[in-house]
Design a protein around this ligand. Structure first.
Ligand SMILES: O=C(O)CCC(=O)C(=O)O
Ligand SMILES: [Fe+2]
Length: 223
């Protein structure tokens, strides 16, 4: 061996999760694949009914607090939305969560608690990757509670009058919020290394309010 091989934490598990979901979605006629070679991004129309969307928005209103991040706090302006975990023992939330597990075919134990998020005009989530930087201090904790993130599932719950798109800045696509649409993407490349091109933002809401739910999957049992 000429060069020292870097160890990529959870690489094998990321590779396997990529393969499993890729195969499953290829056989799903409801999966629309975004046309790019840079990342595996899929959309599903009408994943949630309008009644489910309304109910989830109400739950978010009841639980949302200023969002936190590992690296920056709310006051830094990086993630200015309000967010909060939905009650994982609520039967309605459990049903939605299980549907996302089934759609992807991932082990339910790897899924984090669904998080709800609300953006008012001017609020945003600046460009970021959902996968963890394993050289950062927070990795010590994340490594022990499930490891690296594999897939992200995010559903839009309402129409936004202006702004609030999900912008994959390297891929060069902006997805406009539409109620009930579920977006799904692989945070890793097929070889199991984190994909830099999954960098994305929630662009500032200009007019209206934006509500989303997000579920992130780890490579091992979460918590
Ligand atoms: O709100 C969005 O469009 C993006 C949200 C997001 O990136 C996240 O929750 O990780
Ligand atoms: Fe994200």
């Amino acid at each position: 061996m000429t060069a020292k091989q870097d160890i990529i934490p959870d690489q094998d598990a990321l590779k396997r999760a990529g393969e499993e979901v890729r195969t499953r979605l290829a056989a799903d006629p409801g999966a629309y694949k975004v046309d790019t070679d840079k990342a595996e991004i899929f959309a599903f129309g009408d994943f949630l009914t309008s009644a489910e969307c309304v109910r989830l928005c109400m739950m978010i209103d009841a639980t949302a607090k200023p969002s936190t991040l590992h690296e920056q706090d709310y006051s830094s302006g990086f993630r200015t939305s309000y967010s909060g975990d939905l009650d994982p023992y609520d039967p309605f939330v459990m049903g939605i969560s299980r549907r996302i597990d089934d759609l992807l075919g991932l082990n339910p134990e790897w899924g984090e608690t669904i998080q709800g998020q609300r953006y008012l005009p001017g609020q945003q989530f600046k460009p970021h990757n959902d996968w963890f930087y394993t050289t950062e201090k927070y990795w010590e904790l994340e490594r022990k509670r499930g490891g690296q993130r594999s897939w992200t599932a995010m559903a839009f719950l309402n129409d936004v009058e202006e702004g609030g798109e999900t912008h994959f800045t390297n891929v060069g696509i902006k997805i406009q919020p539409r109620p009930g649409v579920l977006m799904v993407w692989n945070n890793a490349l097929p070889d199991g290394t984190p994909n830099e091109d999954t960098i994305h933002a929630g662009t500032p809401v200009v007019k209206g309010i934006k509500y989303v739910i997000t579920k992130w999957y780890r490579t091992r049992k979460w918590r």
